[in-house]
Design a protein around this ligand. Structure first.
Ligand code: UD1
Length: 381
């Protein structure tokens, strides 16, 4: 029975790791859930474990908050002895957070096979910490589990080998579909006095949007103008809380505490429009068929624009208001990319558990054909 460590560290990881754990266990793997502790609050962590029915982590690393280097380093230091102790056959990391990269780095040097769920996404914005994490994690991974063909195309253009790349679909959508009925029974709309289609939902947490007061002021100006037409609800991420209260929000925007998984899916499902700088929300709105306006200059999820309900508005206040008005007047038709069908984690389990013996499995060493870095080109003398 193969032993597989599944790593989770922060809010956007939990809904991705849960279906992968279930699919691996259903096929007979021994799964060890390691929680790095990057997120730890009730509202950022505990409620997701409850809502999603995730068991308590088998190991908790307690990394907590800190600068990028401090947080990444703490996770690495705590994860390394765990690999020595547990000697897993494989480690599965998801997404693009600091914990993802930290555990990938340790695994690559320790020897177990490394699988990256959500491989190949690229914003091509190197100022985004997640982009560094994505590119570096992919380079360290044996298995590149891509959510969509565009992600696989990125990997091919970077020179990864075909035997490493698997287009498996989107695990976040597995969790969304598995929980949608329960989410629709949430009383969150009644609690906030909202009606279906009667409000817009906003999330802001990217450092580029919330750490710089001028950038945040510009966004709030645009949101204030939009709120004149469509009242807005903004569940507050802890990263943005202090700055939002310093600057103050215009009328028509209601700040509420960060929501749990089921409440937040219910809020998205009934929103007239969603305005966000999150990555996962671009995907969930696409699967739900709800119009989404992304408050960023780029997206690592272009498929949600090309084959979903997402519109990339940028961060210029005038462009944001013009885009939102256009979307409210003429909402994009609901469409959902192929393989976002609720079965991505089954495909992942199949790849990981039926991929042949360890000896025949792909290793990252001799990849990158096409970049000039072809292994074995130095003649043995
Ligand atoms: C991290 C991820 C980001 C992801 C986001 C989801 C990286 C580089 N970024 O960003 O990709 O979209 O999580 O939320 O890994 N805090 C709390 N309680 C918590 C956790 C954090 O109050 O449980 C506060 C702390 O003040 C902390 C700040 O939020 O310093 C930022 O947390 P951190 O994990 O560093 O990054 P996020 O902005 O959450």
């Amino acid at each position: 029975m193969p032993r597989i460590i599944c790593v989770a560290g922060a809010r956007p990881n939990y809904m991705k790791i849960k279906p992968v754990m279930d699919a691996l266990e259903a096929r007979g793997a021994e799964v060890v859930l390691v929680h790095t502790g990057q997120h730890y609050d009730e509202s950022m962590n505990d409620v997701f474990f409850r809502d999603l029915g995730i068991r308590s982590p088998d190991r908790y690393l307690g990394a907590g908050s800190g600068s990028h280097a401090v947080q990444t380093g703490r996770v690495m230091e705590a994860f390394e002895p765990l690999l020595d102790e547990l000697v897993p056959d494989a480690v599965v990391v998801v997404g693009d957070i600091n914990s993802t990269l930290a555990c990938a780095l340790v695994t690559a040097k320790a020897g177990p096979l490394l699988a990256h769920v959500e491989a190949g996404l690229r914003s091509r914005d190197w100022s985004m910490p997640e982009e560094v994490n994505r590119v570096a994690t992919d380079r360290l991974s044996d298995y590149l589990l891509a959510p969509s063909p565009d992600a696989a195309a990125n990997l091919r253009s970077e020179g990864y080998r075909e035997d490493q790349i698997h287009v498996v679909g989107n695990v976040m959508i597995d969790t969304l579909f598995a929980n949608l009925d329960r989410a629709r029974r949430s009383d969150v709309l009644a609690r906030y006095g909202l009606t279906r289609g009667g409000y817009g939902l906003v999330t802001l947490h990217r450092p580029a949007n919330v750490d710089d007061p001028d950038a945040l002021r510009g966004l709030l100006k645009a949101l204030g103008e939009i709120a004149g037409r469509c009242p807005l609800l903004l569940p507050v991420h802890p990263r943005a809380a202090e700055r939002l209260s310093e600057i103050g929000v215009p009328g028509g925007i209601r700040l509420v505490p960060a929501a749990g998984y089921l409440d937040f899916i219910a809020l998205q499902d009934s929103a007239r429009v969603v305005l966000t700088d999150s990555g996962g929300i671009q995907e969930e709105t696409t699967a739900l068929g709800v119009p989404c306006v992304t408050l960023r200059e780029n997206t690592e999820r272009p498929i949600t624009v090309e084959q979903g309900t997402n519109v990339l508005a940028g961060t210029d206040p005038d462009r944001i208001t013009a885009t939102v008005h256009r979307v409210l007047d003429d909402p994009p038709a609901p469409r959902c990319p192929e393989l976002w069908d609720g079965r991505a984690s089954e495909r992942i389990a199949q790849v990981l558990l039926e991929g042949g013996s360890a000896a025949t499995r792909p290793r990252p060493t001799d990849l990158v054909a096409g970049t000039g870095l072809v292994a074995g080109t130095v003649p043995v003398v």
